[in-house]
Every structure is written in C-alpha cells, then in structure tokens.
Write a protein that binds this ligand. Structure first.
Ligand SMILES: NC(=O)c1ccc[n+]([C@@H]2O[C@H](COP(=O)([O-])OP(=O)(O)OC[C@H]3O[C@@H](n4cnc5c(N)ncnc54)[C@H](OP(=O)(O)O)[C@@H]3O)[C@@H](O)[C@H]2O)c1
Length: 362
C-alpha cells in the first residue's frame, strides 16, 4: 500500500484545528478592549477552554481493526497522536498482534464482535472507565462483511441474515451504546457504508441491502443528532483492495447446497461455477491505495463542517450521480456495461424448465 503521508495528515489536522481555533476566538478579543490584563485574562480563559476541546478530540473508537481499512485507519490515527480504541474481532489474532507491536502504547486493542451484545457492553465499560468522565470524540463503525457476491435469487437466506446482522444491526448496536459518550463531546459518528449501499449493483443484493440500511440509518441519525451537536457521516467507498477475509469455499458450498434443483438447472452449472471467477477477478478492479478512504474518514472526524456523505475512490460518485439524475433504464444500461459478468445463465435451460413446469397443465 502506498503509505498515506502522515505529513499531509498532520497538516490537515493542524489546519482543521487552527481553523476551529480561529472560528472559536471570541470576537470581543479582536475589539479594542481596554488594558493588557483584560486581554491576557481572555486569552488565558480561551486557551484553557480550547485545551479541553482538543483533549476531547483525542479519543476515538473504531471497529473491525483486524485487517483492511480499519487496520490501516487505526495505525494512521495512532500515528497522528489520537488515543485509539481499536475494536477487533479476535484480540489474539494476527491483526491485533500487529497493532500492539507497531502502534504507540496509547492505542488500546479491544475485543469487539459487534454482533455480541456482551462484547459491545464490555468495550463500552472499558472505554468509559478510561475516559474518566470525558467524552469520546469519534466512533467509526468500520466492521463489515461482504458475503459471497452472487445473484440475489441464488444467495441463501443465511447470507442475507449475516450481512444484516454485522453490517446493519452490529453498527446500530455499537452506535446506540456509544452515543452517550459522543454526546458529552458533541463528537462524530462515522459509518462505513459502501457504494453498493447507495445504488443497486448486480450480485450485491444481500450486502447492498445491508449497507443501504446503514446509509439510511446514518442519514436519519445525522438529522436527529444535530440537536446534540453530533455530526454524522456515511462513507460510500468504491473498490479498494483489502483482501476480504471471507471463507469463499465454505460460502460457495453453502450457496450451491441451498439451491433448488429447478433453480440450479435454470442457471446452469457453467454459470454457477463461473460466479467464483468474478471473485478471483475482483481485486484487479480495486485500488491498492487506501488513502482516499482514509482521508474521507479523517475529514469526517476532524473538519469543522464534515459532509454527510463521502464517496472516496476513483469515479465512485459517477454511478450514484447517474442513478439520481438519469432515468432508471439508462442507469441499468450503464451498469450492465460496467458490472456484468461475462457468463450468462443457461437461458435455453431456463426456458426448458419453464416449459416443463407448465407442461402438465396442458
Ligand atoms: N474494500 C472495499 O473495497 C470496500 C468498499 C466499500 C465498503 N467497504 C467497507 O469498508 C469496511 C472495511 O472493509 P475492508 O475492505 O477493510 O474489509 P476487511 O479487511 O474484511 O475488514 C473488515 C473487518 O471487519 C471485521 N469484522 C467482521 N465481522 C465482524 C464482527 N462481527 N465484529 C467486528 N468486526 C468484524 C473483520 O475481521 P476479520 O478480519 O477477523 O474477518 C475485518 O477486520 C467494511 O464495512 C466494508 O463493507 C469496503
């Protein structure tokens, strides 16, 4: 991975800080106040308040730091001087070990399976104890699963349920648990959704539906939490090469085993086995450099006015723009040109199955 330049990040960070410092300066300070002691007093009070605010900005919680984007983000936030509570699915796994070895002692690795109510509560208790009545500046709901990408008709119900369980219910549970800490600091909630959560994409029925739910949750939270000064952002990255840690063999077997004979024959063996080739090709279409997605999360965490939606990745906003501004038939045509698997189902077989199905009634 092309390392994300800490220098640029530090500059952005200090710019964000100094901009908010400038905006927070009491205007009376610029007026012609009588006497030096009064100015010194105001400056001292202001610096004390700012120090508290900047301390609050330091505490961040992040889920899914074992690998990929979450892992890279944990390292970068740590290198910028934040106190990072890095939630991991396996606290003894290689990702967690690597974080302990390569990051500063500030970084705290926490066992956090976001689908486990007990683990979420335990993480909350550990973090609130360490914060000692201070607030948490940011929560990044990064943990997520992709599931086996295949036609929606073929996906087993377990894939739909698992995607919703992790990508949606998990993120909602973590958000609800940590919101009291974010409220204390009027902090930031950042949800890692996906491009597939904003637009319909073939083979992402389960994943896309769960991410669409997360994006909708983000939008509603953004509106509702603004009264507490909490800012909420959804990130819709396009494809980044992270080595999705899925057990494809197991999932493919489950998919094939769950198919009814009629569906199996309608799609044909060649098409079904070809689904795997899409997965093999997927990394070559994904960007190896994670910096756009890391920059988006940092902006969402630190900018004075973060956006509600970020679309990091080359051309990530184009399909969304076409989906929102063009007729649906044009969007479908565009997607069929760029996202189609070269293999097509066994249409002749499908027709035969339909024919056989109606034959007895004739
Ligand atoms: N990479 C992309 O192109 C892309 C595009 C759009 C959106 N995203 C989103 O970005 C986020 C990070 O993806 P990534 O590409 O970095 O994939 P990744 O490498 O698989 O990272 C996902 C992380 O979530 C963890 N995780 C899975 N289930 C969990 C659970 N129940 N509780 C807590 N953690 C769990 C995984 O742990 P294990 O490693 O132990 O499985 C892993 O560390 C995901 O939400 C994904 O949907 C990624």
């Amino acid at each position: 991975m092309n390392p994300f330049s800490s220098e640029i990040l530090l500059t952005t960070y200090s710019q964000c800080r100094s901009r908010s410092v400038i905006k927070t300066l009491p205007s009376s300070f610029c007026l012609n106040l009588p006497g030096l002691p009064m100015r010194v007093f105001i400056l001292y009070t202001f610096l004390m308040v700012m120090q508290d605010r900047l301390t609050l900005h330091n505490f961040l919680t992040l889920s899914g730091s074992d690998s990929g984007i979450g892992h890279a983000l944990a390292k970068h936030l740590d290198s910028l001087g934040f106190v990072v509570f890095a939630g991991v699915l396996d606290k003894d796994g290689p990702g967690a070990q690597e974080l302990r070895q390569s990051c500063s002692p500030r970084l705290c690795v926490l066992q956090l399976d976001i689908t486990s109510t007990t683990q979420v509560k335990e993480a909350y208790l550990t973090i609130s104890e360490q914060l000692q009545n201070a607030g948490l500046w940011g929560l990044v709901n990064n943990a997520g699963i992709l599931g086996f990408p295949a036609d929606g008709e073929l996906l087993p119900m377990s894939t739909y349920r698992h995607c919703m369980e992790v990508n949606f219910f998990g993120a909602v549970q973590v958000s609800k648990t940590f919101l009291p800490l974010l409220r204390k600091s009027r902090g930031r909630l950042v949800n890692m959704s996906s491009m597939a959560g904003g637009i319909p994409l073939p083979r992402y029925a389960a994943y896309g539906a769960s991410k669409a739910a997360l994006s909708m949750f983000s939008g509603v939270m953004r509106q509702e939490l603004s009264k507490w000064g909490i800012k909420v952002a959804a990130i819709h990255p396009s494809g980044f090469r992270t080595g999705w840690s899925e057990q494809w063999d197991e999932q493919e077997q489950e998919l094939l085993a769950s198919l009814a004979a009629e569906t199996r024959s309608a799609y044909g063996e060649e098409y079904l086995l070809g689904l795997r080739s899409y997965l093999v090709q997927l990394p070559s279409h994904c960007a190896p450099d994670l910096s756009p997605v890391l920059a988006a999360v940092l902006h969402a965490l630190l900018a004075t006015r973060p956006h509600g939606l970020y679309t990091p990745g080359k051309g990530a906003y184009i399909p969304l723009f076409i989906f929102c501004c063009f007729p649906l038939w044009f969007y479908d045509f565009f997607i069929s040109k760029y996202f189609t698997l070269h293999l097509q189902p066994n249409m002749f077989g499908a027709w035969c199955v339909g024919y056989v199905a109606v034959e007895p009634e004739q």
